[in-house]
Ligand binder design. Sequence first.
Ligand code: ADP
Ligand code: MG
Length: 292
Amino acid sequence: MLAKAETLIEALPYFQRYAGCTFVVKYGGHAMGDPEAAKDFAQDIVLLKAVGINPVVVHGGGPQIGAMLKKLGVESTFVDGLRVTDKATAEIAEMVLSGAINKELVGWIAAAGGKALGISGKDGGLVTARKVTRTTKDPDSNIEQAIDLGFVGEPARIDTTILETANKAGIIPIVAPIAAGEDGHTYNINADTMAGAIAAAIGAARLFLLTDVTGVLDKQGKLLTDLTPADIAKLKADGTVAGGMIPKLDTCVQAVEAGCEAAVVLDGRVGHAMLLEFFTSRGAGTLIRKGE
Ligand code: ADP
Ligand code: MG
């Protein structure tokens, strides 16, 4: 009994310090597979809200989109290892992200006793997308060539009104990484990128990125517990971080440079990962802070 009381008291300074603050939490597509972990995650979010913190959840869904494309027999083309999002793929991405996954999370929040609002970047003009332009270098001639990834976007403009309105009403926003472009087309945005842009725009105190690894790992696979933007630049340059970890760390850098106190990459497969990370003196993931 005493241990329980001590655990709660240990969390008290955190409750006091962060009441009224906004936390942006990205729940990764790869971390979402397990219903038990999803339940724990939803309880953590509802607890944050109950102690006066305003969580905003942004979710991914890459693996689920891949599975649905396969089920429906929609073939994808790849350029440089990146999936080209043609019109059919964008429609399926919206269906899976804004439909299935978003509403499933809303349901988990309700089951944990919270109230959630499932939206995408389209709703309330939250995010307006611009088409992503990527280039590749031809190894022979060294000439840069533009690659067309189709309807892949990045946030161009953000209006956080809908999030603030929901927060004030005691409702937790759950955001799918889909947005309309100025051209009216539907764009799929990397969920990490979307979460970082929202965190910066709303002035979040913390950014949590829940994924399927214990954190950022070094070349030997050992967990790196603390990183600064300068460390991250080095890890990118020497190839220690690759793939989906790149947009995650870019997002962390963007968030801390925009004034977010800290960003954390942590293992969403572990039950109550976020709670343990936040309400105890030191969690288990990678903490990113602006260096001195
Ligand atoms: P999510 O669905 O959570 O966005 P991603 O697959 O996009 O997950 O990104 C996480 C992945 O990044 C890890 O599973 C891992 O394969 C990859 N990765 C690349 N470099 C690193 C690194 N240095 N440390 C940890 N993970 C890394
Ligand atoms: Mg990813």
